[in-house]
Write a protein that binds this ligand. Sequence first.
Ligand SMILES: [Zn+2]
Length: 218
Amino acid sequence: MRMTSECVVQHWHTTFLEVSVILRSKPTPFVGLLTEIVNQGKLVSDEIIINLLSKRLETGEAKGESGFILDGFPRTIRQAEILDEVTDIDLVINLKLPESVLLEKCLGRRICSECGKNFNVASINFKSENGRPGISMAPLPPPPQCVSKLITRSDDTEAVVKERLRVYNEQSQPLEEFYHLQGKLLEFDLPGGIPESWPKLLEALNLDEHEEKRSAAA
Ligand SMILES: [Zn+2]
């Protein structure tokens, strides 16, 4: 949910730390090795990640950054435990979508082989179910000049997406309980794409009044 994180960052004027980006950007003796590891999608040791992250947080604090949002980290209980030793996390937002919707959305991704732009041909209309509100996500169709040049990324296959979900359920889902027990977990059922989700997320964070004032002032 990178786009949602970017919206939150804009709203709060916080710093968006995407861990894979930090790993690629940090100029350390590790960097060559790290770039190689990250690009290959291999696991970087928790100690290396935390080491780089805490240095990045220190630098940010020295520059007067008022806060930060981590996206894509921590992914395991072990990482969360080490993270607790280097910084205080105020809130964890669990952005939730049913697996069937995630799968459909991933399988709908297309890239134009000529201009490189991303599109999505999936049209999601998920009926409300067991108290979970319905979800609607409009497709992001390509313009006419791109239609004949669309390709699918090799890892946007059902098998790969299902494997990612399996790894999430095995390694990352226990984090929900971990942060719930710390009283920091906010569960958020995504109602759709960013236009549908953003106002509801602000509401869930009790930031919607603030948003209205800002809009009125703009
Ligand atoms: Zn194109």
